[in-house]
Design a protein around this ligand. Structure first.
Ligand code: ATP
Length: 359
């Protein structure tokens, strides 16, 4: 097993003018489950493929343990990769698929059989070893792809959106299985997804990428509670954090007339800042309550355990501000209702009103 280090790694594809990955600095601990997350095109797969050796590095170094593998052949990196499409050999049985890499490596037949049987036991594939991939369900194929990685006992697992071909329910079940399997095996794992829920639930730490640039790498709770910038704040969490550009006033910032306290240190000499409030930190109250900002409910999403209230506020300057709040499922307001929204200002985040949007 081993740690992984991206040391100022840059990738610029020929014919493009912006790096797909830019000066990436990231250290992944031995045994850690690290998730790379971000919107489409942010450089997640390219980072993973460079680590796998499937893509050249233009600048910087990649280390596995203490070994500089930047120019090492993929087959000599001691990694196993699970792809989105599983890349199973259609003419081989499940057992042959799982053992193929070992066979190529010249491992004796009886050892291969033992290791395949052990992986099949862990993944509950024992009844399917003689079947061809086309006779398996999507979830079973996914497990065969995992099994093929496990039997090699590599130093590192790399997974590129391995759940994206499964239906929603199976995806939720499988993400728990993968996370607990990884914890049991203790193999350093880098996992790519565009799904922030998958990232939050699976990763020991989550690295958020945007436009090829690492925005923040932290434990899920820290990303959620202390996002480094406006982008991370808006990306992690569903429904997304409410982010509103507001004027700085005496003693704080003005959110549709409600003063969110902020020190001069926090807001500096700026005229405006962006206030961020998570939906669960906004209380929805009846219109006749003493506190809160008057709003009109546009849409209610009932989820059984809770309700998402999409509403809008008209600011003193006449601007419309769309807001989403989480409400108790037992008595949500109705579409068209006039309500009051009371943000917990002690939980509000302040970001610079700029492209970087730093906290
Ligand atoms: P997705 O979630 O859509 O797979 P991603 O975050 O994995 O996205 P990458 O596949 O790493 O993104 O791509 C990063 C950027 O590099 C994108 O702008 C993409 O268009 C570009 N890119 C990827 N592969 C190549 C290539 N072979 N040639 C040129 N540009 C490429």
């Amino acid at each position: 097993m081993a740690s992984i280090t991206f040391d100022k790694v840059t990738k610029l594809f020929p014919g493009t003018d912006k790096p797909a990955v830019q000066t990436l600095d990231l250290h992944i601990e031995d045994g850690e489950f690290l998730v790379l997350v971000g919107p489409s095109g942010c450089g997640k797969s390219t980072s993973l493929r460079m680590l796998a050796g499937l893509e050249d590095v233009d600048d910087g170094r990649i280390l596995i343990g203490d070994d500089d593998v930047t120019d090492v052949d993929p087959k000599d990196r001691d990694i196993a990769m699970v792809f989105q499409n599983y890349a199973l050999y259609p003419h081989m049985s499940v057992a042959e698929n799982m053992g193929f890499a070992l066979k190529l490596a010249g491992v004796p037949k009886t050892d291969i059989a033992d290791r395949v049987a052990e992986a099949a036991r862990i993944l509950d594939l024992g009844d399917y070893l003689d079947r061809k991939p086309k006779a398996l369900s999507g979830g079973q194929r996914q497990r065969v792809a995992m099994g093929r990685a496990i039997v090699r006992s590599p130093r590192v697992f790399l997974m590129d959106e391995p759940l994206s071909n499964l239906d929603a329910k199976l995806r939720v079940a499988t993400r728990t299985q993968i996370a607990s399997l990884q914890a049991r095996l203790g193999t350093t794992t880098v996992y790519v997804t565009h799904d922030q829920v998958e990232a939050m639930t699976m990763g020991d730490r989550v690295a958020v990428l945007r436009g090829g640039v690492l925005q923040q790498c932290a434990a899920p709770r820290e990303l959620y509670d202390a996002p480094a910038n406006r982008f991370v704040a808006g990306f992690m969490g569903s429904p997304a954090m409410n982010l509103v550009s507001v004027p700085v006033v005496d003693g704080g910032v003005s959110l549709a007339g409600l003063v969110v306290p902020a020190t001069r240190d926090a807001v500096g000499a700026r005229d405006t800042v962006v206030v961020g409030v998570r939906p669960e930190h906004i209380e929805v109250r009846p219109l006749d309550s003493a506190d809160g900002i008057e709003a009109t409910v546009d849409v209610i999403e009932e989820l059984g355990s809770e309700a998402h209230v999409f509403a809008h506020v008209i600011a003193p300057d006449g601007a419309r501000i769309d807001v989403v709040a989480r409400a108790d499922a037992s008595a949500p307001p109705r579409k068209g209702d006039r309500v009051r929204l009371l943000p917990d200002t002690s939980r509000a985040h302040l970001f610079e009103d700029s492209e970087s949007g730093v906290r």
